[in-house]
Design a protein around this ligand. Structure first.
Ligand SMILES: CC(C)(COP(=O)(O)OP(=O)(O)OC[C@H]1O[C@@H](n2cnc3c(N)ncnc32)[C@H](O)[C@@H]1OP(=O)(O)O)[C@@H](O)C(=O)NCCC(=O)NCCSC(=O)C[C@H](O)C(=O)O
Ligand code: MG
Length: 292
């Protein structure tokens, strides 16, 4: 089943107001954070608050992820244990670098008999993770890892590598493309990292459209004011959906049953375009079902 992931909004697990607001925001998903946005002395409180928020429900069709702390911290075991019991749709694990990291998360989830419905998302935000993106994505073939996809983390990549984050992202495009190829080679999803310049709505929209064109399935966000533009940019336009329906209808005609390529409105279309069209329609239908 295709699930729209145009917009996934991060919020600090320690921010009661944000957790409350999340129930009514038109994001496709929310990421309840225990990592960077939560101070060390607020980790326990945030963990408790997230568990209570998920138990209270009210997030509707929004996908709910918990971002736990990374494996090199004293908090991750308690974070994953809470998440396994709280039963979000998934957990997002920062600074995954090796398949052993993925296995450590899988083992903890298995030790606490966490339901298999809880999927794992890996943040790709270390140099090692980018270099080994294919190996990490290949680990999804072992269902024990529960790996559903990647989230690109430009801030940590910049911190570790000293590669600068610049408007237009020329410095980061090679690694973004490398990560996107790795996910697609193994049938995974991948979400773009957040845009920090909250008030620069034009800059945000430009980066969002670039992320879509590079092949991301959606974008992670840090502020509610980014949700609407993000949803609009990652929604297939009506004319694209209409064209997709025409392509499918054309190949369903009896006279085209044995043809691999046909002419439609002056353009060549092949059966691979019908496959792409079916995906466009599926995602458009899934977005319509979200109701926002
Ligand atoms: C950045 C913020 C701290 C700004 O917060 P604030 O100053 O309160 O913003 P506003 O006054 O503009 O807020 C207006 C209203 O919207 C609510 N709000 C704000 N942000 C969120 C949110 N993320 N989710 C839900 N609701 C939100 C405020 O409560 C206000 O509501 P109201 O009271 O009704 O007026 C803040 O936006 C924030 O904390 N954002 C998330 C930060 C975060 O999670 N960071 C971690 C993810 S990014 C990352 O980790 C990078 C990655 O790992 C990498 O390496 O690249
Ligand atoms: Mg990060």
């Amino acid at each position: 089943m295709i699930r729209p992931r145009r917009s996934l909004l991060f919020m600090p697990g320690s921010n009661t107001r944000a957790l409350e607001k999340a129930r009514n925001l038109p994001a496709d998903g929310i990421i309840l954070d225990l990592e960077d946005s939560v101070a060390p002395d607020a980790k326990a409180m945030a963990r408790d608050q997230i568990a209570k928020a998920i138990a209270a429900g009210g997030f509707g069709k929004r996908e709910v992820l918990i971002r736990v702390n990374s494996l090199d911290t004293p908090w991750w075991v308690e974070d994953v244990t809470m998440a396994g019991k709280a039963r979000p749709d998934g957990i997002l694990v920062p600074k995954i670098s090796t398949v052993d990291d993925l296995n450590a998360i899988a083992n903890r989830l298995s030790d606490i008999n966490a339901p298999t419905s809880i999927r794992v998302w890996a943040m790709i935000e270390t140099a090692r993770a980018v270099l080994d993106a294919d190996k990490l994505a290949a680990a999804s073939r072992d269902s024990e890892t529960r790996l559903a996809g990647f989230v690109f983390g430009p801030n940590d990549i910049s911190r570790e590598t000293r590669i600068r984050m610049q408007p237009g992202r020329a410095t980061m495009i090679p690694m973004i493309t490398h990560c996107i190829l790795a996910t697609r080679a193994h049938g995974l999803e991948i979400l773009d990292g957040p845009y920090s310049d909250i008030s620069n709505i034009d800059g945000f929209a430009t980066e969002c459209a670039q992320g879509r064109d590079l092949g991301f399935d959606g974008k992670t966000l840090i502020h509610p004011s980014h949700i609407e533009a993000c949803n609009a940019i990652f929604t297939p336009p009506a004319e694209e959906v209409e064209q997709a329906r025409k392509v499918i209808a054309a190949f369903e005609k009896p006279e085209n049953a044995s043809r691999g390529a046909i002419q439609l409105d002056g353009r060549m279309v092949e059966r691979l375009h019908a496959d792409m069209a079916r995906r466009t329609i599926a995602i458009a239908d899934a977005i319509a079902a979200m109701g926002h």
